[in-house]
Design a protein around this ligand. Structure first.
Ligand code: WTA
Length: 650
């Protein structure tokens, strides 16, 4: 069984690594026994304008969820990512930008990045942006995305990055939800040789009065120079407003608990929620995990392939690496353009040392065979990382053998938008790895497994993964809805943070994440609520009822399986199926596009009218031999029809 396979830490790696096993054990113990002393010490990795005297002040009591770290300290995240490096490494490259087109790339030094951030911050200030205002970023993977995040941070404005693949509708909801006053976007984005009209999407989002009520200005980066509609009263060219802006802009002195950003993510119910992260604890945690997990050392070239629209891009393209004075690579394109060897070519071109990507990308490459990276020279690589979804042992082994050439440790990093940074992970000089296991907790993280009643389980066992106490990177609230934050994360298992994931712990105490235990899908590492897709579908005139479940997909991890009951007067057809797919792409974005749509005359419901998703899931998985008890259904015969017409036959 591949689960039994074990890759011991390479002693040579351990000798040079920041953390070896003895150090891990000692530091972990201290972090749990005396978090105040531990984090009090590690908080010093940042530059504080005025130092903190209090470290941890946190409560997971559902009657009073209150999370504060370093609460009387003041600092600025942009100052920590830029200014403090200028003297020592002003000329060092901060960002290597690699364009979608392999002939385009750019190296931006810390000094240059600092200037760009100050210019934009001044330009935004001149347009009335102040501390506490929310600025929405709807950007491609271009340096201006990082510049815009840091410019907001510099002013104490709160950025809300919306992934560039989301639809105008989804963007409008997020602008409205955050009462955002300004949007920064680009004319078009380029990915895989195709262009997406980002600015036109913003125009469409702002045609919605609910969003336009808040958002009065749109700043536009010229990326492709393509045709645009322009609204003089509202639209501003990025290059024009920054051209004359000063390169001096003092960094605002912020409290550790002032918000740094909000980031929308999906849950099992309702609309996506804007998780709030604050300044001090988040940055301490992002920078410390970046250094130790990737064993980052001075001069390394580090590449995380995520998009800045997701939390991985926030913590491990921008904030963690830049706080550490690292060189971070930002890639505009996709692994398959101009051909499947692109990842290899970029690693070779920029002599990448640490490479951090998602299992879905690994599986897509794996399908192309062992030669997929061509003859690219991968000898610069020292470490590989994985994030976003469980990595199956086959993909792990392939990653290790083909990309890592059998020589690079793999860090399988489990974490979430809510956690701010990596939580369960093998530290590369400390922890023997087992393919498919995220292994052991990072410092200060206390995972536990509980049964459905909330009883803590001991030993080697399966259960719901919870975290028993706070860590500095944790989200503090849901923007504008603290009650929902408490309900979602702290009311199911009292006194614990509920992750929504299931996990197994083995005899050695290693954690194996088994996937979501709620109605959240993970499609190609993108997190999506089934409820969101369902509500998009029922908004279509032909749809009476919709139920969405996940099913195992060889590349995406999970695929989206949709059951639809039509309104009277509508008939199932291929055209309608296409129309529904198109509709979901329009309402949410291409990432939510259903893989399989089954027209169903009826849904399996309990007598009280609740759809039994367990049954739908089993049918989607082509595993209907074990449907369990269907006798409580209002009409058990619908199940036979669903099985007969199932789409996913293996
Ligand atoms: C899943 C992404 C297994 C998990 C950083 C989690 C993982 C959700 C892993 C969060 C991993 C993330 N192994 N599952 N290494 N990393 N997940 O908020 O289900 O986009 O709850 O954050 O992704 O997704 P999110």
């Amino acid at each position: 069984m591949s689960e039994m396979k074990r890759y011991p830490v390479d002693p040579e790696f351990a000798v040079k690594a920041h953390i070896d096993n003895a150090k891990y054990l000692a530091m972990y113990e201290q972090s749990i026994k005396d978090p105040d002393a531990f984090w009090g010490e590690h908080g010093k990795r940042l530059d504080w304008f005025s130092p903190y005297s209090r470290v941890k002040h946190t409560s997971f009591d559902p009657h009073n969820v209150d999370i504060r770290w370093f609460e009387d300290g003041t600092l600025n995240a942009a100052y920590n990512c830029l200014d403090r490096h200028l003297e020592q490494r002003g000329d060092q490259v901060a960002i290597i930008w690699e364009g979608d087109d392999p002939s385009e790339s750019e190296k931006i030094s810390y000094r240059d990045l600092h200037e760009r951030v100050c210019r934009l911050a001044n330009a935004l200030k001149a347009k009335g942006v102040e501390k506490g205002d929310v600025v929405t970023l709807y950007m491609p993977m271009i340096p201006e995305a990082a510049v815009a995040m840091l410019a907001c941070a510099r002013l104490g404005a709160v950025h809300s990055v919306v992934f560039g693949g989301f639809s105008p509708e989804a963007l409008a909801n997020r602008i409205e939800g955050a009462a955002s006053r300004l949007v920064i976007t680009s004319d078009y984005s380029r990915r895989g040789g195709k262009v997406v009209p980002l600015k036109a999407n913003v125009d469409e989002a702002l045609a919605d009065p609910a969003a336009a009520r808040y958002c009065k200005k749109v700043v536009v980066v010229k990326r492709t120079g393509g045709e645009l509609a322009w609204h003089d009263h509202r639209d501003l060219w990025y290059h024009e407003i920054t051209a004359k802006a000063s390169i001096e802009c003092p960094a605002e002195e912020l409290n550790a608990e002032d918000p740094l950003f909000i980031l929308y993510t999906s849950g099992s119910t309702g609309k996506p929620k804007g998780l709030e992260h604050t300044t001090g604890g988040y940055l301490v945690y992002a920078s410390m995990t970046h250094e130790y997990v990737f064993d980052y050392r001075e001069g390394d070239i580090y590449w995380c392939t995520a998009d800045v629209g997701w939390v991985t891009g926030h913590s491990y393209i921008v904030y963690g690496p830049l706080a550490n004075g690292a060189t971070t690579l930002m890639f505009e394109g996709v692994p398959s353009y101009p051909d499947n060897s692109r990842f290899g070519r970029v690693i070779e071109k920029h002599r990448v040392n640490q490479f951090y990507t998602a299992p879905t990308a690994i599986r897509a490459l794996m399908q192309q065979g062992e030669e997929v990276l061509g003859d690219a020279d991968l000898s610069s690589l020292r470490l590989l990382g994985s994030v976003g979804e469980p990595i199956n042992p086959e993909a792990w082994e392939w990653y290790h053998r083909v990309v890592g050439q059998g020589r690079c440790p793999i860090v399988d990093t489990w974490w979430q938008t809510e956690t701010g940074g990596i939580m369960i992970v093998p530290l590369p000089g400390a922890t023997d790895t087992k393919p498919g296991s995220a292994t052991r907790p990072f410092f200060g993280v206390q995972p536990a497994l509980v049964d459905n009643e909330g009883n803590e389980l001991e030993g080697a066992v399966d259960g719901n993964l919870v975290i028993k106490d706070s860590w500095p990177g944790q989200s503090r609230s849901i923007w504008g809805d603290h009650e929902r934050f408490v309900q979602t994360y702290f009311s199911t298992f009292k006194g614990c943070y509920t992750t929504g994931d299931g996990a197994r712990r083995d005899e050695e105490g290693y954690y194996w994440i088994t996937g979501r235990v709620d109605d959240v899908l993970n499609v190609s590492g993108h997190r999506m609520g089934t409820a969101e897709i369902e509500s998009a579908l029922v908004a279509h005139p032909a749809v009476a009822e919709a139920a969405v479940v996940g099913y195992p997909h060889s590349v995406k991890g999970q695929g989206i399986y949709v059951y639809v009951t039509l309104q009277a007067g509508f008939a199932a057809s291929d055209e309608l199926m296409k129309a529904l797919r198109h509709w979901v792409r329009r309402e949410i974005g291409p990432i939510a596009s259903p893989d399989l749509i089954q027209f169903a005359p009826g849904m399996p419901k309990t007598r009280s009218g609740k759809i039994m998703r367990r049954i739908l899931r089993k049918i989607a998985e082509d595993d209907f031999g074990s449907l369990g008890d269907t006798s409580t259904l209002a009409d058990p015969s619908v199940v036979d029809d669903l099985i007969a017409k199932r789409l996913n036959r293996w």
